[in-house]
Design a binder for this molecule. Sequence first.
Ligand code: 4NP
Length: 149
Amino acid sequence: MNAILMVCLGNICRSPMAEAALRYHAEKAGVAISVDSAGTAAYHIGKAPDIRGQQVVLHNADTDMSHYKARQVCAEDFDRFDIIYAMDIQNLRDLENMRPEKSKAKLFLLREELGQSQSVADPYYGEISDFETVWTQLSAACEAIIRKY
Ligand code: 4NP
C-alpha cells in the first residue's frame, strides 16, 4: 500500500484538508492508501485544524477533522512515506533541505498533479472563501492522484 504525506507550514490549514481530500477520493474510488499530514514549522503542534477548514471539509466531503492533531515533519517521514506532497514552493524547498540522504520518499508540489507548477495559497490570514478555494484546488489534485491508482 502506498503511503502519502501532505505537508504545509503549520499543519492546521492546507495539509489536513489535503489529507482529508485524498482519503475522501480514495474511499470513493475504492483505492487503499495510507495518508497523513504534517507541517514544516513547529508553531501549532498538537492543535486541531483551523475551524474554517474543518467547516469546509465537513460541508464538501462529510468528513470530521476535529480529532486531527498538528505535528511537525521529522527525518523518519522521508522513509515512512513513498510520496511527500508540498502545498507550496517554500514548503518544497524546506523539505528538500531537511531530506536525509538516500531516503526513499519522492517530493512533489501538489498542484503539479494537475500540470500546474503553482502553490496552494496559504489561507491562514484569509476568509472562509479562501478555504473554499483551497478545497477546490486540493480536491481536484487529489482526484487526479487517485485516478493513477
Ligand atoms: P498552513 O497555514 O501552513 O496551511 O497550516 C498556516 C498556519 C499557520 C501559520 C501560517 C500558515 N502561522 O503563521 O502561524
